[in-house]
Structure formats: C-alpha cells, structure tokens
Design a protein around this ligand. Structure first.
Ligand code: ASP
Length: 354
C-alpha cells in the first residue's frame, strides 16, 4: 500500500513537471512577458543618419555629440542594470536627447516651411505589441513621453495635432510656448533651404536633386532595448524634415515604419528619409524577415537598409537589438550618430562609416 502511494506521488510530480515545461516553451513563442533571470540586456541608440562627414565637423561639435550620446545611453543602462523595464529605459534615454539642441527632436526640432515646429514620436512594447504615437504636436516638450501615455492611458494608438495636445493637458502635461523650440541654427537652415528652393524653382529642377535640401531631414533620435526579463522595446522621436509643409508626417510615429518591437524577434528604431521608410515599412520588415524567414537580425537589417530602401531611392539607417542581445546599427548614408552598451557596460560609439 505504502509503495503504491509513493509510486502514485512520483508519477504525479513527473506529470506536473512535464506540463510546466510545455507552458514555458509555449510562452517563449508568444508575445507574453518572460521572466528569465540570467538574461543578457542591452541598449542601442541613434541620433540621426545623413551626410555626416568628418571634414564638415569641428572637434568640439564631434565631442559634444559623443558626450550627449554617452550621457543618454548611461541613463538607459542604469535603469536596465537596476532591473527597470526596456520601456522605462527607452523613454528616459530619449528624453535626454529631446532636451538637447543637438538632435532633431524636442528642443532641437527643425522648422516647417511656415517657421513652426511639428514633432512626431512613437513607442512600442515587444511583450504585448502595444504601441503609442503622436504626430504633428507643437507644444509638447517631450513628445516620446506623450506617446507612452497614449499607449498606456488611451484606447488609441496614434493621436495628432491639437487633439493630442488636449489629451496631453488632460493627462497633466504642461504645454510649452512654441518659442521653446526656437534654435538659431535650425532657423538659419530653413532660410538657406528656402533660398535654394527659390533658385531651383527658377531653373525648374526638382528640389530633391539638391543634396543640401535632400539632407535637410536628418537628426531624429531613436532607441531599442532589451531588459533583464527578455522584454524588448523601441522608441523614435523627431522634428521631421526641414521645410516640410501641409502637416507632413514622416515615418517616426508610424508603427512598423519608424518603430517596431516584438519579443519574438527584435526592437527597431529608424532614421532617414521618412517617405521611403513608410513605403518600405522598414522596422516591421526587419522583424518579419526574422520571424518568417528565420534570418539573423544583421542579415535582415542589411537586406532592408542596403537593398530595399536604396532600390526605392531612399536613404537612412536603423538601430536594432534582438531577443538575445545582438545589435545592428545599419545605415546607407555617410554617417549615423550611434551608440551601443551591452550588459557589461561596454560602450561602442560611432558617427561616420567605419
Ligand atoms: N525619418 C524622419 C522623417 O522623415 C527624419 C529623420 O530621421 O531625421 O521625418
């Protein structure tokens, strides 16, 4: 009798262990939260891609970019190291870049044709594929923070313009005076472009044939992170393109184009010529290649950034991190402000093509 009882208990224990394993492996294939403990974590950020050439850069400006990229990535790193979520790290890191006039996001946003600033931003959570975005906001100091509240605290994914600002006020955001976004060098860039445009119009040439005008859109900021629980998140924030008109919206707030994250594959943030990034659905395409074709993050990023986007006529780059902590910083322009920090706190910084 005693022996039979022991055997029955043993069988019960064995059966429940088998079931546990089944549940665990099912979870790792779905988008649900994971709770691995010895997980690699990491962060990768960009501060825009474009014609960034060593010969056009002063030592002090180059240094200022490096210092700000390092400061921003350290904010995210300490959040992740202390067990914070990838989404917390995304937003806090991007806030640092939005508050700097160096980047085309928040404070340093470029000017529209009408001499205003209109900002776009988005975030995405890889654990549940939840996302939030704002487009064309003019009085939000940190658009990425508003994108997060749209995700967490509204029934929608994307809000735009005045409505987004009413929502922001209801959620306790202080609206800033649009003057806050005035920076002299961005204003002068707009004037130069308008002048060149006038000259071009006289010659009936396309404004996009002019490299100066073509490159007037870069400087967006973006972030992709993997946290200690194996959860991925991404975010992107931008002032868009200098001289944009008609409430133009770029790729940055479009989920799948400017930002994408999925725990089953990777987290991606894009920067570049937004119209082409929307048409190529860049961020989602990289994730989809990994999911459906089983290719590595690097292969997928190369295929999209070095082949698909240029084949359409566009340019730019991405930063991305996969579920194992592998990183891609791929661009087809002369440079991209970028930084990566792994679990050990080792930093890789880059500006130009290696
Ligand atoms: N992708 C952004 C846009 O087209 C610009 C940038 O990345 O700098 O709005």
């Amino acid at each position: 009798m005693y022996k039979t009882l022991t055997l029955l208990i043993l069988l019960f224990v064995l059966f429940s262990c088998k079931n546990d394993r089944k549940t665990a492996s099912k979870d790792s294939n779905s988008h649900s939260e994971t709770t691995k403990t010895d997980q690699n974590f990491g962060i990768v950020i960009h501060g825009g891609a474009g014609t960034i050439l060593k010969e056009n850069m002063s030592d002090s400006l180059e240094n200022a970019y490096k210092v700000k990229l390092t400061e921003a990535i350290n904010v995210g790193y300490s959040i992740l190291k202390n067990g914070g979520t990838s989404m917390e790290a995304v937003v806090s890191t991007i806030n640092v870049m939005e508050d700097s006039p160096l980047f085309n996001a928040g404070k340093g946003s470029v000017f529209t044709h009408d001499e205003t600033n209109e900002m776009d931003a988005s975030v995405m959570n890889g654990a549940d594929l939840n996302a939030g975005a704002v487009a064309g906001v003019t009085r939000i100091k940190n658009p990425i923070s508003l994108a997060l509240v749209v995700m967490n605290d509204s029934p929608h994914v994307m809000l735009s313009g005045k409505g987004a600002e009413i929502f922001a006020q209801e959620k306790g955001f202080l609206l800033v005076d649009p003057e806050y976004f005035y920076t002299e060098n961005r204003f002068q860039s707009l004037q130069k472009i308008k002048n060149r445009e006038k000259q071009k119009a006289k010659k009936l040439g396309s404004v996009f044939e002019d490299p100066y005008i073509k490159n007037s859109k870069f400087g967006t900021v973006g972030y992709a992170a993997l946290d200690k629980n194996g959860n991925l998140a991404a975010g992107t924030s931008t002032g868009g393109m200098t001289n944009k008109r008609w409430n133009r919206i770029g790729d940055a707030p479009i989920i799948g184009a400017g930002t994408y994250a999925n725990n089953a594959t990777c987290a991606v943030s894009s920067t570049g010529w937004g119209e082409y990034f929307i048409r190529a659905m860049v961020a989602h395409d990289i994730s989809a290649m990994m999911e459906y074709k089983g290719v590595s993050l690097n292969e997928a990023a190369k295929e999209v950034i070095q082949k698909k986007v240029p084949a359409l006529g566009g340019d730019g780059g991405i930063v991305a991190i996969d579920k194992d902590g592998n990183v891609a910083m791929e661009f087809n322009t002369a440079g991209m402000y970028r930084a990566h920090m792994n679990s050990e706190g080792e930093l890789t910084l880059g500006i130009y093509k290696e």
